[in-house]
Design a protein around this ligand. Sequence first.
Ligand SMILES: [Ca+2]
Length: 426
Amino acid sequence: MVHLSHVSLSPRHSTQAKPGAIRPATNAPWSSSADFPCLSSPPRRHRALRIAVLCVAVLLLASTPHALALAPSSPSSTARVQLVPLLTHGLEQPVFIGHAGDHSHRLFILEQPGRIRILQQGTLQPAPFLDIASRVKSGGERGLLGLAFHPQFRNNGRLFVNYTRQQDGATTVAEFRISHDPNRALPNSEKILLVIPQPYANHNGGMLAFGPDACLYIATGDGGAGGDPDNRGQDPHTLLGKLLRIDVDRGDRYGIPPDNPFAGQQTGQAIFALGFRNPWRFSFDRQTGALWVADVGQHEWEEINMVEAGHNYGWRIMEGAHCFLPAQGCSRAGLTLPVAEYRNQSPHCAITGGYVYRGNTMPFLHGTYVFGDYCSGQIMGLHEGRLHVLATSSLRISSFGEDENGALYVVDHGGGIYKITRADSP
Ligand SMILES: [Ca+2]
């Protein structure tokens, strides 16, 4: 159970947009591009903080190469977390939870078969927010996998999903819009932005999130099978095995931010970073803007990366901080190593990326990257280069999520939603 050293409480960062009610679709001009374009580069404060955080990470990596492996709970810890159940039935294979940033304090839950559900004031709404199950091929690593609300959602009603499409299993990123009823999106409003054919059923990535630059980031897996047989993670001409970055406020379907690493080239313009195997979940630190990507490993290592534009995170040359192909003596030139890793031996099997905690009820957890493992059910934290076990559970952790206040939630693939609280909370 948890034992984290106390850390100082930093000022909370407000992610709130300007006040105002949710506008029904018929009254909204859908003209967000004029007020909130995807920036060509991140805001300066985010960039400066990201560089500072990265420097710390690099120093830790350089000075303590063996500190990466999972450490036991710190004996100096003075605080613990617990999981408080919010929902334990009524959901089918939930794989994500998040908020719309619209001050409504609703939580939106993705059901893998193809529905978005709303948890409002503690009650699961019976009618889905969106039901596209007939368009989704679900099962295994396929299904409705990602959801992101436009940064100006409360004004423009635009949301984005990532799903495996029914007819051929291709990864599909599509936009939908809300209806007159703020608790219902319009199934027929679908606008498909991006279709990426999948050579195999597994490793579909799936996460979507807007960065502090208002660009939409998309995680893709390496296409599947095992060992990335076609070396897609390293191939800059395919969108598989990458983190992508697009501008949903420009272009016909989307635009390419001009500072994307391959923006001026024939292919791969949407690529932001490469060398991933199956980056199932990633997140932005709401205070610093740092981009944390958890990449699911092959047979040995689960890894956490701090991601920067144009960097290569190694797969399939490396698995975590270790050579994969070749198994020994690989060249690390030009590769960026993870900031942390742990072995995926039993009971662990696959990392589920989480969030840097920025809520205001657990100061001891402030600044800790909270994540978990799908098979072991352990909730873990990375803070100042050390890994800690924060809590143990029997959950199959499919995702984490944040609410508008920065509180963290755990999603149990078996059908539950849990809030992370202090162990001494009622
Ligand atoms: Ca890697």
